[in-house]
Design a protein around this ligand. Structure first.
Ligand code: DQA
Length: 178
């Protein structure tokens, strides 16, 4: 199971500064990531909050089930030592995504407190960044122990239209090479 976490104001994608963030909605992004991961038999658990503590609670609560995290921390990127510490404590790979090129915008957006505790970042490629992050995680997570399998040992069926699938059995988190 892969976590997809979006921080503050990203619930307004599609209407928020469309000249910067485009017309794609958060629902579109969650669906795109769910479909991308479903092709690899992976389930996505999406979450968005405008509250720092809620984001941290969600990551902590799901830390034992997750094999990877795609996170756009929004403005928490530039301010949150608490989210930095949270991500430092998890054992699965974290991919940070920014829709806009934060390095080409205001000076304060260049400070990134999250980057040092991620495996990598995808910045400035629009919503496609979430897709690339999903593909990277799915193709890295090759250990069968980490997968979701049915009773017969086959990969679980994932409905790509249902981005709220969260019935995955617990999986073991761990370190990944690569
Ligand atoms: C953002 C960039 C942040 O600086 C900003 O606060 C956001 C969105 C992005 O996706 O480009 O909320 O993370």
């Amino acid at each position: 199971m892969i976590l997809l976490v979006n921080g503050p104001n990203l619930n307004l994608l599609g209407e928020r500064e469309p000249e910067v963030y485009g017309a794609t909605t958060l629902h579109d992004i969650e669906k795109m990531v769910a479909e991308a991961c479903a092709a690899y038999g992976r389930v996505v658990r999406p979450f968005q909050s405008n509250h720092e503590g809620a984001v941290i609670d969600f990551i902590q609560e799901n830390r034992k089930d997750a094999l990877g995290l795609i996170v756009n921390p929004g403005a928490f990127t530039h301010t949150s030592y608490a989210l930095h510490d949270c991500l430092k404590s998890v054992s699965f790979p974290v991919i940070e995504v920014h829709i806009s090129n934060v390095h080409a915008r205001e000076e304060w957006r260049r400070q990134d407190l999250i980057a040092p505790v991620t495996r990598g970042q995808i910045v400035g490629l629009g919503p496609a960044g979430y897709y690339y992050a999903a593909i990277w995680l799915c193709t890295q997570a090759t250990d069968p122990v980490m997968g979701e399998y049915d009773e017969d040992g086959g990969p679980v069926e994932v409905d790509p239209n249902d981005v709220r699938v969260d019935e995955a059995p617990p999986v073991v988190g761990g370190d990944y090479e690569g």
